[in-house]
Design a protein around this ligand. Sequence first.
Ligand code: HEM
Ligand code: SF4
Length: 555
Amino acid sequence: MYSYTDFDEAFVRERAAQFRAQVDRRIDGSLTEDEFKPLRLMNGLYLQLHAYMLRVAIPYGTLNSRQMRQLAMIAERWDRGYGHFTTRQNIQFNWPRLRDVPDMIDALADVGMHAIQTSGNTIRNVTADHFAGAAADEIADPRPVAELLRQWSTDHPEFQFLPRKFKIAVTGAEADRAVIKAHDIGLQIVRKDGQIGYRVIIGGGLGRTPMIGKVVRDFLPKADLLPYAEAIVRVYNQLGRRDNKYKARIKITVHENGIETIRDMVEAEFAVTRGSFGGADQALLRGIEAQFAPPRFATRSTEAYEAAYGTDPVFRAWVDTNVAAHRAEGYGIVTISLKAHGATPGDATADQMRVMADMAETYGHDELRISHEQNVILPHVHRGDLPAIHARLKGAGLATANLGLISDIIACPGMDYCALATARSIPVAQKIATRFDALKLEHEIGALKIKISGCINACGHHHVGHIGILGLDRAGVESYQITLGGDGTETATIGERAGPGFAYDEIVPAIERLIHAYLDLRDGPEETFLDAYRRLGAAPFKAALYPEAAQQDAA
Ligand code: HEM
Ligand code: SF4
């Protein structure tokens, strides 16, 4: 795993000290809230509905047990004993007191973490496939290049005041587990004629105008990445709209100017920019790559695993849903679900964080990942250790066997925390999860992604949920709009609006009708909800959602 250099260390320490002085000045009144706002946002500190919120970056979702334990300590000492893992591989602390934030930031710096550029119109935390370096289907580990991008973009003097925030995601496999097509820049590592390079996608994004990114370069040689990225951001910085916040993202720039024009401009800029890099970035990348060398995998017996798999149905169900194929023989990738039925999606208590840290240290080569689906991953686990891990996770309420199933819901904080929310998200997620758990239908329904946002900003990715739920305010009353057929993977699609919204009390029954319709309509258990929707179109699902309208049509 990447460890900080002396330069990195000095840099975050200096920023921490600077911010401490700014907080002091806010507390003694020499800075007004308006003056303080841009300073705090440069350090990931938001003002939420009830309190400040600190957003901490977890670059490409990777952290070690020491870092996870430190997050637990911070949660316990300066927050309310838990943290919220988000869809951008960050962790948010929802209840810090302003005067404690400098201490929190110092504590983060102690383990090589920070909150820089987790807010503001800058290049945000670079995200990556959470199975990076472990997945059986991977061409190359995307994390070294994500780290290179992080170093390049952090405090980049030209890119501190972009028209709007800017998000980059990287995947090293054909299967897209990083939602690259809904990012400002999405990078896919590809191989062509034996050479490693990147497919570069730009202009994706969710929010009020959701768009799927477009390919700007089908194959970019590895050595050209930084100058090319710099050319893209430079063109966007010049062309992006600053007159209207809602039209400021690169997706709008691409949409208004056309991908061809943007491509020509980027290529022209790239031709100039390329020379100024002179290969220094590639020397840096080689150093970074060495730090991401895979751990040494053991060859040992998996007998204990096979015995437990054969005899313990609870263990078997967990392995079947939550353990994915690893590239090394005898290994697996464990996803720890933070979606126990009825829990807040993405929340982990300090004790749970410590259990996960222990599991990583004892059994997982000291590595943890945070997924954009708000779960935690142990990327390198020997199958022989799975029974022991499962037992320990079970004791901590972390062994829910629901990965990729109906209760593995992404939900933004919504009205429970967020100042921008127009409706609640968390209770809707909780009610859906507990309802389908009670119906005992979850495993029968199979692969299904429900994603919920509490307003049009789409932090909960509802546009790319197979079933998306968007909470809105209709004359002071919460209303929930359903979108169908969204997909956040390599076959990315923006979901279609099904029809009028549902009241808070109607949303769970509506989802239930939808699911029953799917179970009736599908070709068999192999056909997922999304496949069935793609085969049949929206009509039969809409009829299930709006039975009265369907009856009127028939009359
Ligand atoms: C203080 C709390 C938060 C605020 C004020 C906030 C604000 C926003 C805003 C204004 C946008 C729309 C940006 C645009 O389209 O230009 C947005 C998008 C987004 N936010 Fe949040 N958010 C918050 C919390 C979260 C959380 C908790 C998550 C994850 C669970 C999250 C993940 C995202 C994602 C993934 C987008 C994607 C849309 C895109 O850029 O394409 N945010 N957020
Ligand atoms: S989608 Fe809206 S309500 Fe939810 S976290 Fe984002 S800004 Fe807040």
